[in-house]
Design a protein around this ligand. Structure first.
Ligand code: ARG
Length: 477
């Protein structure tokens, strides 16, 4: 601690100590500057936007040249310098420096080192506000495309497994209680549908975000004769954003992508949870190879589904990221505020987590093997074909469904007393409930017959499942 008594010598090096501010200045002169730098600097994370920043600068420089705002000689020097910077970044030799704060100023500072004062002309008719809006939007757009491709890969893994097991019976559950037999293929195809909607949510978000903010400049537009359609086209946008204030102020494109990502992570967590349940010895429905399991340091018998558990947990990060950005944006007055620099870390983290989760899940789906006999045995347990019995009574004896439901309930109760399953209930026991019941009823009481009978569109009958697999194969081809 320094002493701030009036006897203390004035330090000439302290820049803020002038004008009789010795007490305050003597103690604090340098620290606020350092803290300012510490809280302000973003190069540690926005260096991930280097490729987008360079692409934006190339398009901007070409437009400045074409519109005559800068000379061809300057434009060529700028483009050559940007090319060198791109190579340096690819080679890992680019000097990312904290003193230049963010990716934009790091690139500009390096450009000046490489080509001299012409570098200063690149920022004509541009602001870091439209620059970051552009870079980040392009990053999120690419993340949407990458994620959609990963979802497709996961869907293909699910499809391949479903095709092999279109007729493999397993219990279908409601309330995690055995409900009606279904096929394993049908169950996997349910996830193909969910992930299909996830992919389409990313496509929708992408279409909405595909407007270029470049040329909005700081917030109000530019007095230079810029061509915003030219840069929009060059960067793969459908059109320039129509309102310069909106273009620099909103991050709804990232929120929308994070919402889609969170929903996808929710789906992943449900499949992950099922893998965890199916892997338990109590269920024993599937096995996972050593590739996707880990052992215990103390219990030698253990084979734990850690990858599935981690996928199940990652959704927390995703929803957390969405929440973080929503809270950052909430209540911000138009237009740009530095708060918005906090948009990047949650978004990067969310997509990193989703990327890993999708890849791990695709790997697990390809890896997992159903234990067909165990599934089949379980499919018949818990009186799972009771609905089939009730339906038979409706069809064959013309009973109202409510009456059939009542008789079937009595049959289940009797089976419970006798310690058998429904197919094992003797015919005289059934006829005691209704004398018109015949031996043909047993044909509908096996799990295989049960699933085969559910031929309604989208039902679990193997032919229906195969029809959906065929449709999806065409969609994903
Ligand atoms: N690093 C900033 C961000 O990520 C770039 C924009 C800065 N603009 C400004 N006017 N300070 O948001």
């Amino acid at each position: 601690m320094t002493d701030s008594s009036s006897d203390a010598p004035k330090t000439p090096a302290a820049p803020n100590a002038s004008g009789g501010q010795a007490i305050w200045g003597g103690r604090f002169s340098d620290k606020p500057a350092e803290l300012m730098q510490a809280i302000n600097v973003s190069i540690g994370f926005d260096r991930r936007l280097a490729a987008q920043d360079l692409a934006g600068s190339r398009a901007h420089a070409a437009m400045l040249q074409k519109t005559g705002i800068i000379t061809s000689a300057d434009a060529e020097a700028i483009l050559a310098g940007l090319e060198t910077i791109g190579q340096e970044i690819a080679a890992g030799s680019f000097p990312f420096r904290e003193e230049f704060e963010d990716i934009h100023m790091n690139v500009e500072a390096r450009l000046r080192e490489l080509i001299g004062p012409a570098a200063g002309r690149l920022h004509t008719a541009r602001s870091r506000n439209d620059q970051i809006a552009l870079d980040f939007r392009m990053w999120v757009r690419e993340a949407c495309d990458r994620t959609a491709a990963q979802i497709r890969a996961l869907q293909k893994a699910l499809l391949a497994k479903a095709e092999v097991h279109a007729a493999t019976v397993m219990p279908g559950f409601t309330h995690l209680q055995p409900a009606q037999p279904v096929t394993f293929g049908h169950h996997l195809m349910a996830y193909v549908e969910m992930f299909g909607r996830d992919a389409s949510r990313f496509a929708d978000a992408r279409a909405r975000m595909n407007e270029s903010p470049l040329g909005a400049a700081a917030l109000a537009g530019s007095p230079f004769p810029i061509d915003r359609s030219m840069t929009a086209r060059a960067l793969g946008f459908d059109r320039p954003a129509a309102n310069s204030l909106d273009a620099v102020a909103d991050r709804d494109f990232a929120l929308e992508a994070l919402a889609a990502a969170t929903i996808c992570a929710v789906h992943l967590s449900r499949l992950a949870e099922e893998i965890v349940i199916w892997m338990t010895p109590q269920f024993g429905f599937i096995t996972l190879s050593d590739a996707f399991t880990t052992g215990s340091s103390i219990m030698p018998q253990k084979k734990n589904p850690d990858a599935a558990e981690l996928v199940r947990a990652k959704v927390g990060r995703l929803l957390g990221s969405f929440t973080q950005l929503a809270v950052v944006m909430k209540g911000l007055p138009l237009t740009y505020s530095k708060d918005m620099q906090e948009d990047k870390v949650p978004t990067f983290e969310a997509f990193d987590a989703l990327d890993l989760s999708l890849a791990a899940m695709a790997g697990m789906v390809a890896d997992m093997q159903p234990v067909v006999d165990t599934m089949a045995k379980a499919a018949g347990a818990g009186y799972s074909t009771a609905t089939d019995l009730a339906d038979w009574l409706v069809r064959e004896l013309d009973l109202p469904f409510r009456d059939a439901h009542h008789i079937t309930g009595a049959a289940v109760k009797r089976a419970e007393q006798l310690g058998c399953d429904l197919p094992g209930l003797p015919i005289d026991e059934l006829q005691a409930l209704d004398p018109r019941i015949t031996g043909s009823v047993y044909q509908v009481l096996t799990p295989a017959a049960s699933v085969a009978s559910r031929t309604s569109h989208g039902g679990t009958a193997p032919d229906q499942v195969r029809a959906q697999i065929k449709r999806w194969k065409e969609v994903l081809a």
